[in-house]
Design a protein around this ligand. Structure first.
Ligand SMILES: [Zn+2]
Length: 359
């Protein structure tokens, strides 16, 4: 078996992004070996059979629907110089062994792994088949509180003080492009692990590359790659943004009066939420807290988070009924807001629309 990391349509690829072919020119092949698959136009991905995975210890949970983001990690292992396929497959096996035997997970945590040699591999079983199907994904174990909504990609190496190899980065762009196409995600929905959990992952250097990564993916799939920017709220703050935060905390189970005042009760609820989601537990609502607190909302949704959106729309001068039910009136209000904010007017309150509402 020879998982070939080269594109199946090199002519089209070279038009879209010449840099993509770095290091792979000698491996061009139109026939995929056993154990390797790719979505249309996507990179070759070696499945769990190809690298010799153990069976999962429990059935994999296949989730209906598509994820709403991609989260980038580094493995925090050595920056090896063996770029072979054998080394890649050995990495995949050792990660699975560690995660099952030492972490007691049912299988590899992440959906996909990219080796230093730029080999792309399936992590958790069924990640590849569900990606190819484009309508389901598998529950994972790579980012606390995001494992049912986020595709996780581990990049072999430690990128705190050095960048990934250009070949590895190119494979990452290609894999995420394919994930976005299969699941209908946008380039700005690419995040780093540290956007959600109290961790250094994916390292300062790889994290600093994420804006470029979003731009490189957007160059292939279109759209504005600018990600959400969140306000920092702390004790003593007040106003509509604090109300939004409070509504979201209530949505996540807090018992809290929504009064627009960031007092001790709000601070305590923020800290509890941060602990639950493995964010930095400092009682200050910043990037991690907001990123963990918001979920996409669309017509048919109901609850406190919907109330938050409606209250924000009213505060922005868009008259909607504040009743916690996301009906046609709310959808129309969201669309109006998105138009005024130069966002894609799809009527869905995703993280970027949330961030603009509280900006
Ligand atoms: Zn990570």
């Amino acid at each position: 078996m020879n998982p070939d990391p080269t594109p199946s349509h090199p002519g089209r690829r070279s038009v879209l992004a010449g840099a993509f072919a770095i290091g792979t020119g000698a491996l061009l092949s139109s026939v995929l070996p056993a154990g390797v698959a790719r979505a249309a136009g996507g990179p070759a991905i070696a499945d769990t059979n190809a690298w010799g995975a153990r069976p999962s210890s429990s059935p994999i949970n296949v989730l209906a629907g598509v994820p709403d983001k991609v989260i980038v990690h580094h493995t925090a292992t050595a920056n090896v110089t063996d770029y072979s396929q054998a080394a890649a497959f050995s990495l995949a096996r050792s990660m699975q062994t560690y995660q099952m035997d030492s972490e007691s997970w049912i299988d590899t945590g992440q959906h996909f792994t990219i080796s230093r040699g730029a080999y792309i591999m399936e992590g958790r079983h069924n990640s590849l088949s569900t990606l190819l199907g484009g309508t389901q994904h598998v529950e994972s174990a790579h980012c606390t509180a995001q494992n049912t909504v986020a595709i996780g990609i581990e990049n072999e190496g430690t990128y705190s003080t050095v960048d990934p190899r250009s070949e590895q980065y190119a494979a990452l762009v290609d894999l995420i492009t394919s994930i976005c196409r299969q699941y209908g995600l946008r380039a700005y929905q690419i995040y780093g692990h540290r956007d959600f959990n109290n961790t250094e992952c994916p390292g300062d250097r790889l994290y600093a590359l994420l804006p470029q990564l979003r731009r490189d993916v957007a160059a292939r799939i279109g759209g504005d790659p600018t990600g959400p920017v969140w306000p920092m709220l702390s004790s003593g703050a007040s106003g509509e943004r604090v109300k939004t935060l409070q509504y979201l905390l209530v949505q996540h189970g807090a018992t809290l009066t929504v009064d627009g005042s960031y007092g001790p009760a709000t601070q305590s609820a923020v800290t509890a939420f941060q602990n639950t989601t493995h964010a930095s537990a400092d009682g200050v609502a910043g990037n991690q807290t907001w990123s963990q607190a918001v979920a996409p909302l669309a017509r048919g949704a109901s609850g406190s988070a919907v109330t938050a959106v409606q209250s924000q729309l009213v505060a922005h001068g868009i008259p909607v009924t504040v009743d916690g039910a996301f009906g046609p009136g709310t959808q129309s209000g969201v669309t109006s807001f998105q138009n005024s904010a130069s966002l894609p007017a799809d009527g869905v309150v995703d993280a970027r629309t949330w961030s603009r509402l509280v900006a």
